[in-house]
Unconditional design. Structure first.
Length: 345
């Protein structure tokens, strides 16, 4: 072969490696589906059936990424959980409107295809889909050597769900005197990592040698699909919010009707150790609430009479508890003045 010839591989793009990765995805997806041959992965598009038991189906679509949590994965060289985060960030948004996740697609862009790293990533994505009871029907992998530095990559996810028109959760269902329940997070989830990483850099903390941070910072986002779908099926919730970027206040405010407001007692929040650790690093209350979930990963709004029934669908670790109430007034949130939740034992 003439060494002077220009090739795609010489430019930094290895199609052979990409083909091997597609075969790996097809094989591992087949195992998850009972060894049935997968015809859609590797094609130009993916075809899925709509459930037949929904009379008036509406399609809901969401997309998201995991932000700079990727840099934690790179630092720790641990890639088998970041895919769970990716799925969680989209499906937890789908269920806010009462939609059941149907399928998921991923987009991975990387400096250079590293099969070991990519296999770990996709295993996490498939696990996230398995937890969410949805299918990984395809995706895209882009090798971009001039766009990303050596070892760098980014991932994005796209989820599609379905909901019966009568089951859609919207503002109209939220009523005066409804309770606001906090469903605990299992940690940071996938938000606020730019600030976390900034603190780690300024404080010169070696997270590889800090067993607490090493565990907490890579912990995958809790997926709430199983619990929320059961509540939707039983007509037990009037509204809900996924607590991500913008924190508790901004995300709850998005679902409150104009003639009502949410009164929230922040001191009812059950603290997690990671948020106490962050608060000790001289972050204001306002900044904590705006940047992090502060221990509340998801919120549901319910009729007070349904509280006991709702609790039966959750394990002890993620059992909802009351943090507020819906009252008459302008579209806003009223918070208690002094915040002390992070000081609790």
């Amino acid at each position: 072969m003439n060494k002077n010839l220009f090739t795609y591989k010489k430019s930094g793009v290895n199609i052979d490696a990409a083909d091997k990765f597609v075969k790996f995805i097809t094989n591992i997806s087949s195992k998850k589906r009972g060894n049935k041959k997968i015809k859609d992965i590797g094609g130009f598009g993916s075809i899925s059936n709509l459930p037949k038991n929904i009379k008036n189906p509406k399609i809901v679509a969401c997309t998201d990424g995991v932000g700079t949590k990727i840099e934690i994965a790179n630092l720790l060289k641990k890639y088998d959980t970041i895919g769970i985060d990716l799925v969680a960030m989209s499906v937890n948004d789908l269920i806010v409107q009462g939609a059941k996740p149907l399928f998921f697609l991923d987009y991975i862009s990387i400096n250079k295809i590293d099969l070991k790293k990519m296999k770990s990533l996709i295993k996490g994505i498939i696990k996230g889909c398995d937890i969410s009871k949805c299918s990984l029907v395809g995706g895209e992998t882009a090798e971009m050597p001039d766009t990303y530095e050596k070892g760098k990559f980014d991932i994005a996810g796209f989820a599609v769900g379905i909901v019966d028109n009568k089951k859609i959760l919207n503002k109209k269902k939220i009523k005066k005197n409804d309770l606001i329940l906090a469903i605990p997070s299992n940690g940071l989830h996938s938000n606020g990592f730019s600030l976390v990483r900034h603190i780690i850099k300024k404080k010169k903390i070696n997270i590889k040698k800090n067993s607490f941070l090493k565990k907490e910072l890579i912990k995958p986002t809790k997926i709430y699909v199983k619990e929320i779908m059961k509540l939707v099926d039983k007509n037990l919730i009037n509204g809900c919010a996924n607590i991500t970027g913008g924190g508790l206040v901004d995300n709850i405010n998005r679902i409150i009707p104009e003639n009502l407001f949410a009164e929230i007692n922040l001191n009812k929040i059950k603290p997690l150790k990671i948020f106490k650790w962050l608060k000790e690093k001289k972050i204001t209350d306002k900044e904590m609430l705006k940047t992090f979930n502060c221990g509340v990963g998801f919120c549901i709004i319910i009729n007070p009479k349904k509280f006991k029934k709702v609790n039966k669908f959750f394990s002890k670790e993620f059992r909802p508890y009351v943090i507020g109430k819906i009252k008459s007034g302008n579209n806003n949130i009223k918070l208690n003045d002094k915040i002390e939740w992070y000081q609790k034992n």
